[in-house]
Design a protein around this ligand. Structure first.
Ligand code: SAM
Length: 241
């Protein structure tokens, strides 16, 4: 396993994303056979009920989901990530006209540089698995979400199908790190990806953590045979305890 100790996780994750930032988009699409675009399309569509309001795309990386949110409905998107190199690559490759809507901000998801209740929606694509203290991150998301606002999490999971599951896990552990290493030059980053998916909470456990943080109406559903799940939760109208 290449999973770092909790005390070293933040630095490890930051370092790994910095190292692969230039090849991140290419590898994402290659390794998922371009299905990642569909996953982000579904995630962004979850916020279609908030057409005129500000959205936070947390762990925004190279901004692919921020683009999709602003493409579906042009509106302000604050894109926060703690890895400057990921944001810089995304900003350099921003599609024409998108700079009017997407505002990249370097910041930590466990200590968001935002006022209380300032966003109507939050998306986190492939980010919650990377947070060192997920409970702290979820409470921060609740804090910056306005009452009635919606959190949408897109995250990898382990397919439970008895035929597809083992094939996918073999691909994850034995093929993906080689391709990832070959193209990015950092196979450890892609071994971390596989190991962190293996070790991450089940969808049921993640839903329970969202509820424990204070989210209401928590729901989740699988996409692509359970390779990923979408989780959603609403901030209730009452004050946060
Ligand atoms: C797998 S990438 C996901 C990027 C993008 N959301 C996507 O859809 O491809 C995870 C991102 O989370 C960021 N990240 C990890 N921990 C973070 C933290 N504590 N605060 C802010 N960003 C964080 C990493 O820098 C990385 O860019």
């Amino acid at each position: 396993m290449t999973l770092p100790d909790p005390g070293e996780k933040k630095e490890f994750v930051h370092h790994k994303f910095s190292a692969v930032s230039e090849k991140y988009d290419l590898l994402n699409s290659l390794l998922s056979c371009y299905v990642d675009h569909y996953w982000r399309w579904i995630a962004a569509r979850e916020l279609s009920a908030y057409p005129d309001e500000r959205i936070l795309d947390l762990c925004a990386g190279t901004l692919p989901l921020s683009h999709e949110i602003a493409r579906q409905i042009p509106r302000p998107v604050i894109a926060i990530d703690f890895c400057f190199d990921m944001l810089r690559y995304g900003t350099r490759h921003m599609k024409k006209g998108m700079e009017k809507f997407i505002m990249p901000v370097c910041g930590d998801g466990e200590r968001l540089p935002l006022a209380d209740s300032c966003c109507a929606g939050i998306t986190v694509a492939f980010g919650v698995r990377n947070l060192t203290r997920l409970d702290v991150g979820l409470r921060e998301m609740l804090r910056v979400l306005r009452p009635g606002g919606k959190l949408v999490i897109l995250e990898f999971s382990r397919p439970s199908n008895p035929l597809f599951g083992p094939v996918y896990m073999y691909y994850l552990h034995h093929i993906l790190p080689h391709i990832g290493g070959l193209i990015s030059g950092d196979s450890e980053a892609y071994r971390y990806l596989a190991d962190s998916i293996e070790a991450f909470y089940s969808p049921l456990e993640l839903a329970a953590m969202m509820e424990a943080a204070g989210f209401q109406s928590v729901r989740y559903y699988p996409l692509t045979m359970g390779i990923v799940h979408i989780h959603t939760g609403i901030r209730g109208r009452q004050a946060i305890a």
